[in-house]
Design a binder for this molecule. Structure first.
Ligand SMILES: C[S@@+](CC[C@H](N)C(=O)[O-])C[C@H]1O[C@@H](n2cnc3c(N)ncnc32)[C@H](O)[C@@H]1O
Length: 453
């Protein structure tokens, strides 16, 4: 049952349970907006009485924010003057309303939250990837799931990027780990061996990636071995590893002295130039981002030496937001990506726009990156492109699109190949509607001139 006006302290016959149930209702709405189906609250209880805020309406939302501030004040005062039992209820009311207020006020204040991202497979069946977004204070930009990873995950689940032909896969700068989860889902039924390594450099982000795997694949905490490896199927292993891109500098220096590379070998020495980390990188200013230093790190660092040319698929999304990233990422990809073709198999790439890509048809090792084309970051994009070319990579495929345009184009192509119903199409369009008008580039790179397998 719903109240016609929100409960207010001392007004409208408002009782404590009206505040409790209304705050619970707000929290359940927020969960729904994050793609999580809330636990049976509130409408199932015949007796509950709450005010049904419409948080999608900006006016209602602002009013709800002011209301929550009032509830916090009311709960704080009442908490101090109440007997133990009642005080406990006010304490819960206080903490729940503070949580709702923080989330309504923006991600930076909301602490760690679960979210569900919906993707559709090539038959338009939906699948939800559940991620855990850590507290912003612990995870910096990795606390948020960026549009780039949503786009890439959708391409992976739709098999437009068909990951099933690749055996050793690595993700760089995973953030909340959405792409890794999509790769895991896409390979779950595969009957050939696959190994997936998901990496980032902040331990709390890696903890979140771990939670994402547990929730998305419905697994117990103990499913992860001490090495942070998990078997998602008989054939598929995922490992969560620490990897700071700028630790590659030290590896190249050590390796250079070991191998005593001739100074006359120009291409090698170019590779071994040090790339200074951005000013905000923790290794540069240890004290200003002390949260990383203080976090417990139980993750093994990616071993550069044994990773040389080990991977036939490298993926990354939104990792070029500093010039130093645009300089170091190509070198890392050059180090990690295999130099041999894997297998000749032209299945998978059905969309017309892939037809000209010989690397995809030969299943050459590829680097797939999604880059948001932010007005402020063209320099990074251009430096990245020129560094990739210098290292002998070619752009096999690129497509610029928005999240909305992408779904709509894909539905059109599906319509021409299958008989997807109009109502299903509209349903997908309506639930894919993430407020984001950014243009992204999906970019696939391969090495030039590598021999066929
Ligand atoms: C903008 S976020 C993108 C996250 C995720 N790929 C996505 O699209 O949602 C950039 C990611 O790169 C990671 N990152 C930044 N500097 C890094 C470094 N030096 N080494 C490894 N990862 C780094 C951040 O921790 C963060 O998770």
């Amino acid at each position: 049952m719903v109240l016609s006006v929100p409960p207010f302290p001392g007004k409208n016959n408002s009782k404590l349970e009206h505040f409790e149930e209304t705050v619970d209702y707000v929290l359940s709405q927020l969960e729904q907006h994050r793609g999580i189906t809330p636990e049976a609250f509130p409408s199932v209880s015949e007796t509950s009485l709450y005010y049904p805020w419409n948080l999608l309406d900006p006016i209602d939302k602002n009013w709800c924010i002011s209301w929550l501030k009032t509830v916090i004040k009311y709960a704080t005062i009442s908490l101090e003057t109440s007997e133990a039992d009642l005080a406990q209820r006010f304490e819960v009311l206080l903490s729940n309303s503070a949580k709702a207020l923080a989330e309504l006020s923006g991600k930076a204040g909301s602490g760690s939250v679960k979210a569900g991202i919906t993707c559709w497979d090539s038959n338009a069946n939906s699948t939800v990837l559940t991620i855990n977004e850590p507290d912003f204070a612990d995870a910096d930009v990795g606390a948020k799931t960026w549009g780039s990873s949503i786009l890439l995950s959708r391409w992976i689940i739709r098999k437009e990027i068909d990951v099933s032909g690749y055996k050793n896969i690595i993700e760089l700068g995973s953030g909340t780990g959405l792409c890794g989860l999509a790769i895991g889902k896409a390979l779950l039924d595969s009957e050939s061996d696959h190994s997936l390594v998901v990496t980032d450099y902040i331990p709390s982000i890696l903890d979140s990636v771990k939670s994402g795997f547990l929730s998305t694949f419905n697994l117990e905490k103990t499913a992860f071995l001490e090495s942070n490896t998990i078997s998602l199927s008989q054939f598929l292993q995922a490992t969560i590893s620490a990897c700071d891109w700028f630790s590659f500098n030290q590896y190249t220096v050590d390796n250079e002295s070991k191998e005593s590379i001739s100074l006359l070998n120009i291409s090698q020495t170019q590779n071994h130039e040090i790339v200074e980390p951005p000013i905000a990188n923790y290794s540069d200013v240890k004290d200003s981002i002390s949260f990383i230093k203080n976090q417990k790190n139980s993750y093994l660092s990616l071993d550069w030496e044994s990773s040389l040319h080990k991977f036939d698929l490298v993926v990354a999304s939104d990792v070029l937001y500093e010039i130093s990233h645009a300089l170091i990422i190509p070198r890392i990809v050059n180090h990690l990506l295999s130099t041999k073709n894997i297998l000749k198999d032209s299945s998978g790439y059905t969309r017309d726009f892939f037809q000209n890509s010989s690397a995809l048809f030969k299943r050459a090792p590829i680097f797939v990156i999604v880059v948001p084309l932010r007005k402020t970051h063209w320099n990074e994009v251009n430096v990245f492109m020129s560094e990739m070319q210098k290292l002998g990579f070619i752009s096999e495929f690129q497509k610029d699109t928005t999240l909305e345009q992408d779904i709509s184009d894909w539905l059109d192509s599906l319509e021409s190949q299958t008989n997807i119903s109009v109502s299903r199409k509209n349903e997908i369009l309506s639930c894919s509607n993430i407020a984001d008008d950014q243009t992204y580039r999906i970019w696939i790179w391969s090495r030039t001139n590598i021999p066929e397998a």
